[in-house]
Design a binder for this molecule. Structure first.
Ligand code: 7RM
Length: 661
């Protein structure tokens, strides 16, 4: 990565100006983890370190080997057997934890709420596991789950885990096409969905979407539908012999206990799809033992979980953050995890603070895009609530800009709560770079230092470590327990994507980063063709294929543009088929087309209709140029353009009806 001396100097300047926040007194003294020696112990003997963590979980059979690394392949806890559902549920049934709330749920319509204690969760998960078995689901089968944020979602996941079925959760905001692709990729036998869900006061018609997807998913034999909205108000189609209601299927289960299947540590727990640099999303595969060990430990340490914490991670379970830090991590710790169905601005812009106050949330984990949204609305929405229950704040999904960090610290944490800025990915399964709140001095905008046992580096194109303050590629040089083991159905792509650039021992994250003189990591965003829109990963190729699937579009190029709330917005440049007039309503149509094809998170902010896309002599689209145009900057060097007139044309035509939300 090229950095000029100027740039690196200015970085050093920024870093020396950085504010520092040591762990607050009182917090540091009472934190779970106060011994900095853990970093050194983990570095000297990572396997012993991870084994000592794994021992805190329940194993049906002990492992023979902690780590079995034949790069790029790795196994953890080889020979060991365990069950994730047992560890997240059954393990907490002794003593007082039995009646402790496991899941505290709030629907979007105010007043709708459900609390499941560990005992309740046990009952529901057992029943759901038996139900899945009665539908023919066997160990090793895949089950797709397309649900809103309702308790049946974690129940369904844990039920799969109990019988050794591999779940594949598809975010409820995804389109029928995206759902169908994901179901087909895993050849799921069963789909679990709902009549719908609520989002910003509107109904999301999940079953209707699922029905469209199901027209092209031959593997699905049974569809289980949760009644979330109500059959009277929102009737759905039920296909005979295929479609059943969740509550009816649950009621027809005659037994109450489904003994957890002892599973190999490397048994596939789930797949989760994430966008990459090609058009086709990748189904990252996570396995049982290592994943659970990693999410268990990081939830306990990064969020300093205590017995009486009320922990709320605001992510949707459809994303990895929800898998690891709404479901598996907190439940493996026997914590109380809060789930909220809707958006932060419904019925008003203080909904989060209303929930924090009423539920006495003590640990809050959310995303920079949400924080910037709150900043824009003004502090008064938070100010009118008692937030004194909060003691720790987290951030995830994209780099947090220092302004948002400081606002979060002042207006939400009221200057009492440490902030943990946690860097990780769908592929890493667990947080890898983050402060430990009792130990680490934080700096706004930095995810600080790697967790114990984690060995990142920042390297140049040749794989050499770069110096202090220099830009480079973030890599990881040693495996950790919860690394994704493969891409479902495409192991070659897994190796090519993550382990080929610097050899099989080095995992390539796709992120750029710098390190300061204290070894703190400053993440700089993706270095590939992946956008991060409101903390969600979207591949530019994926969006481009959606655009060219529209009859009017001959060719498309998509770029990320700065967006004050979402971090990145989407700008799409489209060359139309000959004979098609570049009209304003077509721009709007194309925005909706992408939303329909991929999902509403993918709706472009701006669509530019152009006569030609700027290309180099080797026919590569000049994205840099498009970026400059979209940002209204002076256009840089264009000498490699095949036809400089193209540029003039774009400049003339790009303006007009840009839609922004
Ligand atoms: C957990 C999650 C992963 C990508 C990753 C980064 C970016 C996430 C941070 C961050 C800077 C952070 N999984 N990212 N967290 N960048 N600081 N604390 O988001 O697979 O959906 O995205 O998100 O670019 O590669 S993800």
């Amino acid at each position: 990565m090229a950095t000029t001396d100027n740039q690196s100097e200015s970085v050093v300047h920024i870093l020396t100006e950085t504010r520092r926040y040591p762990p607050p007194q009182g917090f540091a003294e009472q934190a779970n983890l106060r011994d900095p020696g853990v970093y050194e112990r983990a570095r000297e003997d990572p396997e012993t370190f991870w084994a000592s963590v794994a021992e805190e979980l329940h194993w049906d059979q002990p492992w023979d080997r902690v780590m079995n690394w034949t790069p790029p392949t790795v196994e953890w806890f080889t020979g060991g057997k365990l069950n994730a559902s047992y560890n997240c549920v059954d393990r907490h049934l002794d003593g007082a934890q039995r009646t402790k709330p496991a899941i505290v749920w709030e629907g979007e319509p105010p007043g709708e709420e459900r609390t499941l204690t560990y005992e309740d969760l046990y009952r529901e998960v057992n029943r759901a596991a038996l139900m899945l078995r009665s539908l023919g689901v066997e160990k090793g089968d895949r089950v797709s789950i397309y649900l809103p944020m309702v308790p049946e979602l974690p129940i369904a996941m844990l039920a799969c885990a109990r019988i050794g079925a591999t779940h594949s959760v598809v975010f409820g905001g995804f389109s029928p096409d995206s759902l169908a692709d994901r179901i087909n990729d895993g050849e799921a036998k069963v789909l679990i969905t709902a009549d719908g869900g609520y989002r910003r006061g509107k109904v999301v018609p999940l079953k209707e979407n699922a029905d469209k997807a199901l027209e092209k998913t031959p593997s699905v034999r049974k569809v289980v539908t949760v009644e979330r909205l109500g059959r009277d108000k929102y009737p759905v189609n039920m296909l005979e012999n295929r479609d059943i209601w969740w509550h009816e299927a649950m009621a027809s289960v005659t037994e109450s206990e489904c003994p957890p299947e002892p599973l190999d540590a490397e048994h596939p727990l789930y797949t989760l799809y994430t966008s990459g640099t090609t058009g086709k999303p990748k189904g990252l595969l996570h396995t049982t033992g290592g994943y659970l060990v990693g999410t268990y430990l990081t939830t306990k340490w990064v969020f300093d979980l205590k017995e009486d914490d009320i922990y709320w991670c605001t992510a949707d379970i459809g994303w990895v953050t929800g898998h690891s830090y709404v479901v598996y991590g907190p439940l493996a710790n026997g914590a109380t995890t809060v789930m909220y169905e809707g958006t932060p601005d419904y019925p008003d812009k203080d909904r989060f603070w209303d929930i924090v106050e009423r539920r006495k949330v003590s640990v809050l984990y959310t995303a920079p895009t949400a924080i910037r949204g709150f900043m824009g609305w003004g502090a008064e929405y938070a100010d009118k609530h008692d937030l004194s229950s909060l003691r720790l704040l987290g951030s995830v999904g994209e780099p947090i800009n220092p302004e948002a960090w400081v606002w979060y610290h002042e207006h939400i944490g009221r200057e009492r709560c440490p902030i943990v800025d946690t860097w990780w990915q769908t592929e890493t399964g667990m947080i890898l770079i983050s402060p430990l709140p009792g130990l680490t001095t934080t700096k706004p905008g930095s995810a600080t230092i790697p967790l114990p046992g984690i060995e990142p580096d920042i390297v140049d194109d040749h794989g050499n470590s770069v110096g202090v303050g220099q830009d480079g590629y973030l890599v990881l040089k040693r495996p950790w327990p919860s690394i994704a083991r493969s891409i479902w159905g495409d192991p070659e792509r897994y190796v090519a994507q993550y382990f080929s650039k610097y050899g099989p021992e080095v995992y390539v994250t796709g992120d750029g980063a710098r390190r300061d003189e204290e070894g703190y990591y400053w993440l700089m965003g993706r270095v590939d063709d992946v956008l991060n829109v409101a903390g969600h990963r979207l591949g530019t190729m994926e969006l481009e294929s959606a655009l060219v699937s529209h009859e009017a579009v001959a060719e498309a190029a998509v770029i990320g543009i700065p967006h004050s709330v979402k971090g990145q917005g989407i700008a799409a440049f489209c060359r139309l088929r000959s004979g098609i007039e570049p009209r304003d309503d077509l721009r709007q149509q194309l925005r909706e087309h992408v939303a329909k094809k991929v999902g509403s998170i993918a709706r472009p902010d701006n669509v530019y209709l152009v006569a030609e896309l700027p290309k180099t002599r080797s026919a590569k689209i000049m994205r840099r140029l498009l970026r400059d145009i979209a940002e209204g900057k002076v256009v840089g060097d264009t000498t490699t353009l095949t036809d400089p007139a193209v540029l003039e044309d774009i400049k003339r035509n790009y303006g007009g009806a840009e839609a922004t939300e």
